[in-house]
Design a protein around this ligand. Structure first.
Ligand code: AOS
Ligand code: ZN
Ligand code: ZN
Ligand code: ZN
Length: 388
């Protein structure tokens, strides 16, 4: 059995980033359900993110999405975050919501649209300079709906050109994370459909280009932990967008649909050294809480990642290697299933107590009166985002 103090020390160091857009109203293409107490601007989204951190102790940064979180003064926004005990994390450029982007952004056949998209990506690096953010998190909605609609090969060339220009602009301590997704909003072909495409572009660009794995962006049955192990070994795993899916890019709470998958991913992370800060793996959430209240849903999501991580840390790596080398199939498999079957909640409650937190963050949040306060205070207005 692993040493619990080492397990706790690793859990104490883990950082999970919340997404600003998860605090805003969201929905499906059928309906956006408005909730009460929704943040009206980026400042209030950061206040909600700070609340998630206050109760969990391991979510000290929040990713922003531009222009949804556009403000006049990003230094002031960063200061606001700092005053609330958090900081601005990844900057996500939005090159998918303008009419101009109907045929794509940086892969668009029209050079003027490509120029506009590139300009926005570069503007986001300017913002990173001000906020001190490390990661530019790029997801492109570019793709094709119909065979013959555009040249797949030429679009790759356009993509290469834009990525190279952004890479060139990155500062010494900045990175570019390239997210992939095999479908949606384009349905016939996507310009960055899979980890292989993202990895190939990152390899060409250089070490500051890293692959971002959104757990909801794979075909059903895809072995995501294989991808994670491969990329981590090649030092190209930039980070995650965690969420759960049953069918498509459902963006449900991480660990809700398949906690065993999340555990298997975290096992590869732990065994491959991905929890060490030096590995640079960013654990970010990318979720939309369409029907459930958002702040406690994010608290719950952070706890779900923590639980999976705790179980992965309980895997006896030495024993596992021994059994693997001996070809003991059942024995090696049991090392994993035993760890997964362990109830880590008491361990996590103890850890929170040691960190000066309430052992039950959701109950503590409910008692805090925060939900009632934001409903009373935040009247009139919806933040930009999916629900705008
Ligand atoms: C879209 O499917 C991707 O997951 C992106 O990360 C996107 O920018 C994010 O979901 C915010 O909408
Ligand atoms: Zn994502
Ligand atoms: Zn997605
Ligand atoms: Zn998403």
């Amino acid at each position: 059995m692993s040493d619990y103090s080492a397990v706790k020390a690793a859990l104490r160091e883990q950082r999970i980033e919340t997404p600003s857009w998860a605090f805003g109203n969201s929905g499906t293409r059928f309906k956006v359900f408005a909730q009460e107490g929704i943040p009206r601007d980026a400042y209030e989204k950061i206040a909600d993110a700070a609340t998630v951190h206050r109760f969990t102790g391991v979510a000290p940064s929040v990713a922003v999405h531009i222009p949804w979180d556009r403000v006049d003064d990003y230094a002031d926004l960063a200061k606001h975050a700092e005053n609330l005990g958090v900081r601005i994390g990844a900057v996500n450029p939005n090159v998918f919501q303008d009419d101009d982007y109907r045929l794509g952004s940086v892969c668009n056949p029209d050079p003027a649209v490509r120029k506009k998209a590139l300009g926005h990506l570069l503007e986001c690096v300017d913002i990173m300079d001000v906020t001190g953010s490390r990661d530019l998190s790029i997801w492109l909605a570019d793709g094709l709906n119909y065979p013959g609609q555009d040249s797949i090969a030429e679009r790759q060339a356009r993509l290469e050109e834009a990525l190279a220009a952004v890479y060139e602009r990155l500062g010494e301590n900045q990175r570019m994370l390239l997210e992939y997704k095999f479908f949606e909003p384009a349905f016939y072909a996507t310009d960055v459909p899979d980890w292989g495409t993202s990895y190939a572009h990152c390899l060409e660009l250089g070490e500051k280009a890293q692959v971002l794995v959104d757990t909801g962006h794979h075909a059903p049955g895809t072995n995501i932990e294989f991808i994670v192990a491969f990329l981590l070994r090649k030092r190209r795993l930039g980070g995650f967008h965690f969420n759960s899916r049953f069918y498509a890019d459902d963006d449900l709470m991480v660990g809700a649909a398949d906690p065993y998958q999340l555990f298997r991913i975290m096992v590869e992370i732990v065994l491959g050294g991905g929890l060490d800060a030096a590995s640079g793996v960013a654990f970010m959430l990318d979720q939309c809480h369409n029907i459930e209240p958002k702040v406690p849903a994010l608290i719950r999501s952070v706890l779900n990642v923590q639980e999976a991580t705790a179980k992965a840390l309980l895997v006896d790596a030495g024993e596992l290697r021994k059994l693997q080398r001996a070809g003991d199939v059942l024995g090696a498999n049991a090392v994993l299933t035993d760890a997964f079957a362990t109830d880590v909640r008491p361990l996590l409650a103890e850890l929170r107590d040691e960190m000066g937190l309430d052992p039950d963050p959701i109950a503590a949040y409910r008692r805090s009166g925060y939900a009632e306060r934001i409903v009373a205070e935040r009247v009139g207005g919806t933040a930009a985002g999916w629900g705008a």
